[in-house]
Design a protein around this ligand. Structure first.
Ligand SMILES: [Zn+2]
Length: 255
């Protein structure tokens, strides 16, 4: 299994970094796209990956740096006569909300026909605390607090990823999360590598873990933690502060 970061930046990033979306490759060469943001046409093309190479998509939550490319993905796949529907994995309620509040306006009809999400994707909803199997890799959903309003809380579903036979190491990708030291401590015990989103701006948005807060984590945890989703040209050096480092755009990890 391979995890390639086709982007490592924040929602407002530049083409030097692209938005934080990843490509998971199975041993048989099939690709699963982990999040499909606004930049995806460009970040995929830079990695020499075309739409038809994508077998499946996983969506962590509904911000546009994670779903802004879904209309493109849906139409591009639908109107390709040789293309079968990509599989779509995501948390059950989130899938419903994505269609109703984000995608239906553009994808709800084509010439002469009303459409639904299932016309574009082979939908595979997952339980909130559940998991799914794709090409002999197990993905377990972990509910991460992202934007808390007190009225409607907005979660992102991180993924613990491991070969189904458990022979290889496990990796955890937080997707977008607030700083949650207790939760990260629990999950990190199940993963050899942790990819954590990280804000490096001079002010804290709270909705992402900030670098200064991540620095307070125990050294043994920081050692196996790679940081991504950072602002352009971070002024700090993550490896000097005890982390594995900042993930670079295009960097690939083999498990
Ligand atoms: Zn987000």
């Amino acid at each position: 299994m391979k995890i390639k970061f086709i982007g490592v930046g924040s929602a407002f990033t530049t083409s030097e970094y692209y938005q934080s979306n990843m490509l998971i490759s199975a041993a048989n060469g099939k690709h699963l796209l982990l999040d499909c943001g606004t930049d995806i046409r460009f970040s995929l093309s830079e990695g020499n990956i075309h739409n038809e190479h994508i077998d499946a998509v996983y969506i962590s939550h509904l911000h546009s740096d994670h779903i802004g490319g879904m209309e493109w993905m849906a139409f591009k796949s639908y109107f390709d006569p040789n293309r079968r529907r990509p599989r779509l994995f995501m948390e059950n309620h989130l899938m419903h909300d994505m269609w109703n509040y984000s995608l239906k306006g553009g994808l709800g009809c084509i010439e002469g026909k009303g459409m639904h999400l299932t016309d574009y994707f082979d939908c595979k909803p997952a339980d909130e605390q559940g998991d799914f199997l794709w090409e002999n890799i197990r993905f377990s959903l972990v509910k991460m607090p992202h934007v808390i309003t007190g009225y409607k809380n907005f979660y992102s579903y991180g993924l613990l990823i491991q070969d189904a036979d458990k022979k290889g190491p496990a990796a955890f990708i937080t997707t977008d999360t607030q700083f949650e030291p207790h939760l990260i401590d629990i999950i990190s015990k199940k993963a050899e590598v942790v990819f954590h989103d990280c804000e490096t701006a001079s002010f804290k948005s709270i909705v992402h873990a900030h670098y200064d807060d991540l620095c307070t984590l125990p050294p043994e945890l920081k050692k196996k933690m790679w940081l991504y989703h950072y602002q352009p040209h971070p002024a700090v050096q993550a490896d000097h502060d005890g982390f594995a480092g900042f993930v670079k755009k295009g960097q690939e990890f083999v498990f």
